[in-house]
Ligand binder design. Structure first.
Ligand code: ZN
Length: 314
């Protein structure tokens, strides 16, 4: 077997990150213009509903339900023009659709942001991932109304796989914005920063958008240099996370520091410093004496930090 599989497993680290584990078969290639109507006619069709960017979920009993049946979706005011066929889940076809932002929801049904749902951990992983899938598509369709080439109107193709310009015929595909998120490591310590918008006491790995023309490793080195003044040597990919706010891919790496003096970019970070592994373990456990924290375990940053702090010699 080739060497590059030697240290891999089928249970890769990305499965520890929230929004992973989607069980919807997207069926993007096999479908045609009739597929949406055909899937809609299925008795077991399920609908992931959103009011703007907030997921509509049903609280009842022990579980939160993340999708609705056709009659329930109609009662909640589903806008049929917003419908997107996400694909086929084991339980049947799955759609994403919008209800009006001012819809009055009945008892037991709430509009909730996905980040809170993910942090609470009350949804099954596959349901949370399906909501992320739905949110990114709905957002892309609702913000891409006109052709970037000629300004003509766009209409969805094949149930929402893409959009086609009604004037010049150009087909536009949903975009994903790659972000690098990296934990710089210097022996037994790692580099964490604090953005002003973070919750009190929270520190995280540095992150930034990959720019056109960059390789992942180049973006990692540039971001750490820009934000913290630290030079990076080797870069090791660890895991990735779909981040549906609205449609990013977080690419998580560990990065070997080859300089140690922090020169913080004050416009981005209100603090940035080295943390010893022992201190990071207290932060992960939520028992740091100063109340310093890392992001919750659904976040790729948490998993990158935990992988460093909990690492043991084999
Ligand atoms: Zn056009």
């Amino acid at each position: 077997m080739p060497f590059f599989f030697d240290h891999r497993t089928f249970r890769e680290a990305s499965y520890l990150n929230g929004f992973s584990g989607n069980s919807i078969e997207r069926w993007s290639e096999g479908r045609d213009e009739a597929s949406l109507a055909e899937a809609l006619a299925a008795e077991n069709a399920g609908f992931h509903l959103f009011a703007e960017d907030r997921a509509i979920v049903k609280f009842g009993g022990e579980r939160i339900a993340a999708f609705f049946r056709a009659d329930e979706a109609r009662e909640l005011g589903l806008d049929p023009d917003s419908l997107i066929l996400l694909g086929i889940a084991p339980e049947g076809p799955r759609f994403a659709g919008l209800v009006a932002a001012d819809t009055v929801l009945p008892e037991g049904i709430r509009a909730t942001d996905l980040r809170s749902l993910a942090v609470e951990g009350a949804l099954a992983a596959a349901d949370l991932a399906a909501l992320a899938h739905a949110r990114s598509y709905l957002h892309w369709h609702s913000t891409n109304r006109f052709c970037g080439r000629c300004g003509g109107p766009l209409a969805p193709l094949r149930g929402g796989v893409s959009r086609k310009c009604q004037a010049c015929g150009t087909e536009h595909f949903p975009r994903v914005d790659p972000v690098v998120i990296m934990l710089a490591i210097d022996g037994e310590r790692c580099l964490l920063g604090r953005q002003p918008r973070f919750a009190p006491g929270m520190y995280s790995a540095l992150a930034g958008f990959l720019e056109p023309g960059e390789a992942i490793e180049e973006a990692v080195r540039r971001e750490v240099k820009e934000e913290a003044g630290i030079r990076i040597g080797r870069v090791a990919y660890y895991s990735s996370q779909a981040w549906p706010f609205p449609s990013s891919l977080m690419i998580g790496c560990h990065a070997e520091a080859i300089s140690t003096e922090v020169e913080r970019d004050a416009a981005e970070l209100e603090d940035c410093r080295w943390f010893e592994r022992e201190e990071v373990l207290l932060m992960l456990a939520g028992v740091h004496p100063d109340g310093i924290l890392v992001p919750p375990n659904m976040a790729i940053a948490h998993q990158l930090i935990a992988a460093f702090a909990e690492w043991k010699e084999a």
